[in-house]
Design a binder for this molecule. Structure first.
Ligand SMILES: Cc1cc2nc3c(=O)[nH]c(=O)nc-3n(C[C@H](O)[C@H](O)[C@H](O)COP(=O)(O)OP(=O)(O)OC[C@H]3O[C@@H](n4cnc5c(N)ncnc54)[C@H](O)[C@@H]3O)c2cc1C
Length: 348
């Protein structure tokens, strides 16, 4: 077992509510570690509606999923949270001293005073290709999340999917001179209209090939993926030579292990009290879409409120006996110091 990372607070989920919990904990002087199954922070807003307008965040007449994520990350910046991305929390067990041991799929262990479950509708996991043996290429030639590095000009890329992530990947690859094919079951897309138009323009210029087809098999030589076999609507089969496949066909939320942690649940949500959003287990809080209580609404603003009260509640466990006064960010010099801002509000 790896040496556990000892922390006052572990946040499960880097969605908007998990990020705001990090901020509120930071204001109270608590550093947090965060685990998320996705390769980036932001949860549903970043993954499901990055370009769509959000109109009901107080004081922000309009934002988008992507802009909100950036703003929340910026807000947590002074507190340097440690993000452990592309990892999934798998188990949680009580330690004899009242702390919690939390283990992840990648073999990390955390020894935590408090745990904030901000897991939304579950861990977002990619829909995978149902081709026996193809998993051997994951992370090398087959990617279920867009990799940071683009292929070189002239290399061949097959992108699968019909959403924003797939279409943006195709557009960027074509601009980089990559020989790119987009494959989807039907010639119809659910991405934002500006991306669909951009894709159409590229197709019209011959910069991108579109294929309505489904994968049926693959060919590999000496451990290297050479081609994907696909079935066309007319029943013919085609061999598509590929350097890489980016299968961006969507993510599905998986509640997974959380359902087996022995916490009280109602309709797949964790039952909490509304004083500090703690579950019935001391030190385990649940905030955001994952929790339920009388009157619960799955809204960002409700999750932000829950994260605030949970952070205050956690202080009774992290620093027992310590008086935690309410302080205003406008006037508290202690909070200014924690935020790294001068009295006038500028960064120091
Ligand atoms: C299309 C759409 C539009 C919306 N529009 C609005 C709106 O206009 N206004 C509004 O207030 N709300 C809106 N919502 C709802 C809002 O997005 C959610 O209330 C909010 O995202 C909840 O945040 P969260 O942090 O609780 O969960 P999420 O955003 O779901 O984030 C949870 C994170 O936890 C991670 N995770 C889960 N389990 C694990 C695990 N075991 N290990 C590691 N990581 C894990 C997930 O990968 C995910 O990143 C909308 C939702 C959708 C789908």
């Amino acid at each position: 077992m790896a040496t556990p990372i000892r922390t006052d607070a572990l946040v499960i989920g880097a969605g908007p509510v998990g990020l705001f919990a990090v901020f509120q904990l930071g204001l109270l002087g608590v550093h947090a570690h965060v685990v998320d199954s996705l390769p980036h922070a932001g949860g549903q807003p970043a993954e499901l509606y990055p370009d769509k307008p959000i109109y009901d965040i107080p004081g922000l007449p309009v934002s988008t999923g992507a802009a909100l994520t950036q703003a929340l990350l910026q807000q947590t910046h002074p507190f340097s949270p440690q993000l452990h991305l592309q990892d999934e929390v798998a188990e949680i067990t009580a330690l004899p001293d009242g702390r919690w041991s939390v283990g992840t799929a990648k073999g990390r262990y955390f020894d935590c005073a408090t745990v904030f479950i901000a897991a939304g509708v579950g861990a977002f996991v990619p829909k995978t290709l149902a081709l026996l043996g193809i998993e051997a290429f994951v992370g090398r030639q087959l990617h279920y999340h867009r990799p940071a590095e683009m292929l070189s000009a002239g290399e061949t890329l097959l992108v699968m999917g019909d959403g924003d992530a797939a279409l943006q990947a195709v557009i960027d690859a074509a601009q980089a001179g990559v020989v790119v094919t987009l494959m989807h079951r039907r010639d119809a897309f659910k991405a934002a209209s500006h991306r669909v138009s951009e894709l159409q323009a590229l197709r019209d210029r011959g910069g991108v090939r579109f294929l309505a087809a489904q994968a049926t098999g693959f060919e590999a030589v000496d451990g290297g993926l050479q081609a994907l076999r696909v079935a066309l609507p007319d029943g013919h089969e085609e061999h598509l030579p590929v350097n890489q496949i980016w299968a961006l066909t969507g993510l599905s939320p998986k509640l997974g292990a959380i359902a087996h942690w022995g916490l009280a649940m109602e309709r797949k949500q964790l039952v909490v009290n509304t004083e500090d959003f703690q579950t019935e287990l001391q030190g385990i809080f649940a905030v955001g879409d994952i929790n339920t209580y009388p009157g619960k609404k799955k809204l960002l603003v409700c999750g932000f409120h829950e994260a605030t009260l949970a952070a205050y509640g956690a202080m009774a466990i992290i620093s027992p006996g310590q008086n935690v006064p309410l302080q205003y960010t406008t006037t508290s010099t202690q909070l200014h110091a924690r935020l790294g801002v001068s009295h006038s509000g500028s960064s120091v």
